[in-house]
Design a protein. Structure first.
Length: 436
C-alpha cells in the first residue's frame, strides 16, 4: 500500500468517519479508512441515541440490518434534588410508527455494522493502525498520512479528520488548538443488564419500545453536568458527564463518584435494582458549542464529527451531527474531485457553506451563548434551582391543613432566601438571551 494513491483518506471509523467514507465510495472515489481499534467500535462499549433521519439520508434501508435496540417512545427530563425529582414527561403512541425517529443503540455493535457497510461498498479499511501525523508538501498542503505501520506514508488528494474530540493529529499538525477544559465534558457510562421483561415492566414498555431519561441537579454535586438513562433490549445505559473544568475546580469530585451518586438516588435506584454491571467506559464529549468549532477546511484536509466540536449539548445530540457533517464532507469532496479540481481550502469551503444552511450550524449558532451563561450561573441551575423547585412542589402538593395563599407566600419566601427574586429574574433573562 506504500506506493498506492487514494482519492481520500478518512482517519477514524466512528459515525462521522463512516458516513464520509461511505458517501465518497458511493460516488465512485477510491477511499482508504484508517482505524486505530481492533475493529470499528471496539473502543465504544456504551449505549447511545441514534437519530434515524441523519442515517436514512446515507443508507435509506438501514432498518433492515442495523443492530438497533429500542425505538424511543418516551422522554423524561428531571430536575433532581437529594431525595426526589420534578420533571417533564412526554410519551406518545405516535412514535410507534413504521419508521421510528429515534433508537437506542450499543455503539460497539452499531459502529461495527456501519463499517461493514463501508467495506461492502468498496472502501479499503485498515484497522489496528494509528495515524501518527500528516504529510505536507513544500506548499504546506496536506498530501497524505504517516502511520505506525508504514514508514513511507500513504498519499491521497484529501484527508478527512474524523479522529474524535481529542483531535491529536490536527493538534500535532498545527491545524487546531489544544482542548480547553471548559469546552469538553468527561462522561462515564455503565451498562446494567436485566431481562427484557423486567425492563418492560419497570418502564411500562412493550416489545421494542424505549425510554430516555435526562437529568440535572444536585446529583452532579454542584458541577455543570447532566446524567442520563437509556433503555436497551436487555440492558440499561447509565451515565453522567461534567465539564473537565468543573472537576478541576472541585479537586475532590471524581467521575465514578458522581455516577455512583446518581445510581444511588431514590428516583434511579429502583430502576436498576438487581442489574448486573458488565461494562464501564469513560470518554470526552465536546460541549464548547459554536465558539469552540475549529477551522474546518484547509489545503488538503477537512474536519468532521466530534473533531469539529459538532455536538448540540443543549439537546444532547451528537450522532446526527456527526453523520450529517461526514455525509456533507463526502459529497463536497466528490464534487470537487469530480470536477477535476484540487482539494484546496477555497474549493473545500463549499463544505462549510453547505453546513451553514443545515440544522447543524443553525442549532449551534442558536445556542452559542449557553456555555458562557453556564459559566456564570451554572451553580444556580445545577444546585439552587433544583432544590427550590422540588421544595416548592412538596409545599404545594402536601395537604396539611394550610391554605393555598399561605403556601404561595412560603414558596415566594423560599425563592427570596435561595437566590432573591431579582437574581432569579436575572438568570431567567440571561438564559432566554442565550437560547436565542
Amino acid at each position: 500500500m506504500t506506493h498506492e494513491h487514494f482519492d481520500a483518506i478518512v482517519v477514524g471509523a466512528g459515525p462521522s468517519g463512516n458516513a464520509a467514507a461511505y458517501t465518497m465510495a458511493q460516488r465512485g472515489l477510491k477511499v482508504l479508512q484508517i482505524e486505530r481499534g481492533e475493529y470499528a467500535g471496539s473502543k465504544n462499549v456504551q449505549g447511545a441515541i441514534l437519530y434515524s433521519d441523519a442515517l436514512e439520508r446515507i443508507i435509506p434501508d438501514f432498518r433492515e440490518e442495523a443492530p438497533l435496540e429500542r425505538h424511543v417512545i418516551e422522554q423524561r427530563i428531571w430536575m433532581m434534588d437529594d431525595s426526589g425529582h420534578t420533571g417533564m414527561h412526554h410519551r406518545s403512541d405516535d412514535y410507534n410508527e413504521q419508521k421510528p425517529n429515534r433508537y437506542t443503540i450499543i455503539r460497539a455493535q452499531f459502529d461495527k455494522w456501519f463499517n461493514r457497510c463501508v467495506r461492502e461498498i468498496g472502501v479499503t479499511v485498515l484497522c489496528e493502525t494509528t495515524v501518527t501525523g500528516l504529510i505536507a508538501d513544500e506548499h504546506r498542503r496536506i498530501i497524505g498520512v504517516q502511520t505506525d505501520r508504514d514508514g513511507n506514508g500513504i498519499f491521497a488528494d484529501v484527508v478527512v479528520l474524523a479522529e474524535g474530540v481529542n483531535g491529536l493529529i490536527g493538534q500535532r499538525s498545527g491545524l487546531r488548538k489544544e482542548l480547553r477544559p471548559e469546552d469538553v465534558a468527561l462522561a462515564v457510562k455503565e451498562m446494567h443488564f436485566l431481562p427484557q421483561d423486567v425492563i418492560d415492566a419497570r418502564f411500562n414498555l412493550r416489545g421494542e419500545e424505549g425510554v430516555v431519561i435526562e437529568a440535572m441537579g444536585t446529583v452532579t454535586d454542584g458541577m455543570i453536568g447532566t446524567a442520563f438513562l437509556y433503555t436497551n433490549r436487555e440492558s440499561i445505559s447509565v451515565g453522567v458527564g461534567c465539564l473537565v473544568s468543573e472537576f478541576a475546580k472541585s479537586g475532590e469530585a471524581t467521575p465514578h463518584g458522581i455516577l455512583d451518586r446518581f445510581k444511588a438516588h431514590p428516583s434511579v435506584r429502583a430502576l436498576l435494582e438487581g442489574a448486573e454491571i458488565k461494562e464501564y467506559a469513560a470518554h470526552l464529549i465536546p460541549e464548547g458549542g459554536y465558539r469552540a468549532v475549529p477551522d474546518l477546511v484547509g489545503d488538503g484536509w477537512i474536519v468532521v464529527g466530534d473533531a469539529g466540536h459538532f455536538v448540540n449539548a443543549v439537546h444532547r445530540e451528537g450522532s446526527n451531527l456527526a453523520m450529517t457533517t461526514g455525509r456533507i464532507a463526502g459529497e463536497t469532496i466528490a464534487n470537487v474531485l469530480g470536477s477535476c479540481l484540487a482539494c484546496t481550502r477555497d474549493n473545500l469551503q463549499a463544505y462549510v457553506t453547505q453546513l451553514q444552511e443545515t440544522f447543524v450550524m443553525k442549532d449551534m449558532k442558536k445556542y452559542k451563548n449557553v456555555p458562557r451563561m453556564l459559566e456564570h450561573g451554572g451553580h444556580n441551575i445545577m444546585d439552587i434551582y433544583p432544590r427550590l423547585l422540588n421544595r416548592s412542589a412538596q409545599t404545594w402538593f402536601r395537604v396539611d391543613g394550610r391554605d393555598k395563599k399561605s403556601k404561595e407566600s412560603e414558596i415566594l419566601r423560599s425563592a427570596r432566601q435561595a437566590r432573591g427574586l431579582t437574581g432569579l429574574l436575572g438568570d431567567a433573562f440571561r438564559l432566554a438571551r442565550a437560547w436565542r
